[in-house]
Design a protein around this ligand. Structure first.
Ligand SMILES: Cc1cc2nc3c(=O)[nH]c(=O)nc-3n(C[C@H](O)[C@H](O)[C@H](O)COP(=O)(O)O)c2cc1C
Length: 193
């Protein structure tokens, strides 16, 4: 497989997400996955609290996690047909590797919870960037089940933990088209002018 690793600045200028369904295998090897997660953990973290952790879904475990998603879906939609239930079951099986970035933010005497949450976002984005830098593509999504406490509990989250995102990682079927980006004039203020 021809894997090209883009220059860092070029990557940051051009990276964009690829839909989970368009992320095929082979996914990262175990060593590559650990390298990606090591980079994801290398983010600013006020107070060195490590207010995030990762849950990895690969191989058959993706469908076992999908059972929990499908179970919650069926409880809420008892009339769902088999195709709909199968779709839910396969939610985490679209890409070869899915990583849940879990925020462990909690009240702290000195460090605002908001800053802990931001650090989880930084970890998620670092994981996305690292995946692209290694020649994969990625997509950061949450979807309904990230906010469903039954699913979260089945995935091993404690009550105070939250899913910052499910980062889907795989090989892009084709280069994605870009989407419009905000004009700097709309988002930048030169203070004092
Ligand atoms: C926290 C978070 C949650 C997201 N959840 C979803 C989602 O559930 N479904 C979706 O289609 N996109 C979701 N997105 C957006 C995708 O990541 C989207 O593909 C991305 O914004 C595309 O931008 P890019 O081209 O710069 O990567 C989410 C983004 C963030 C930051």
């Amino acid at each position: 497989m021809d894997v090209t690793m883009p220059d860092a600045f070029e990557l940051l200028k051009t990276r964009r997400s690829v839909k989970p369904i368009e992320l095929s295998g082979p996914g990262p090897t175990a060593a590559e996955r650990d390298a990606l997660l090591t980079i994801a953990a290398r983010v600013p973290d006020h107070g060195k609290l490590v207010p995030w952790r990762f849950v990895v879904f690969e191989q058959d475990a993706r469908l076992r996690a999908g059972e929990a998603i499908a179970d919650a879906f069926v409880k809420d939609h008892p009339d769902a047909n088999a195709d709909q239930v199968e779709f839910e079951k396969r939610r985490l099986a679209r890409a070869p590797l899915v990583v849940a970035v879990v925020s462990r933010a909690a009240p702290h005497v000195k460090i605002p919870e908001w800053e802990q949450v931001l650090s989880a976002g930084a970890a998620a984005m670092n994981l996305v960037l690292a995946a692209h830098a290694l020649g994969f593509a990625a997509n950061w999504i949450t979807e309904w089940y990230a906010y469903d406490r039954r699913v979260c509990a089945a995935l091993g989250l404690q009550d105070h933990e939250k899913i910052a995102g499910f980062i889907h990682i795989g090989r892009p079927a084709h280069p994605p088209e870009d989407r419009p980006r905000p004009a700097l004039a709309d988002i930048v203020t030169l203070f004092g002018t």
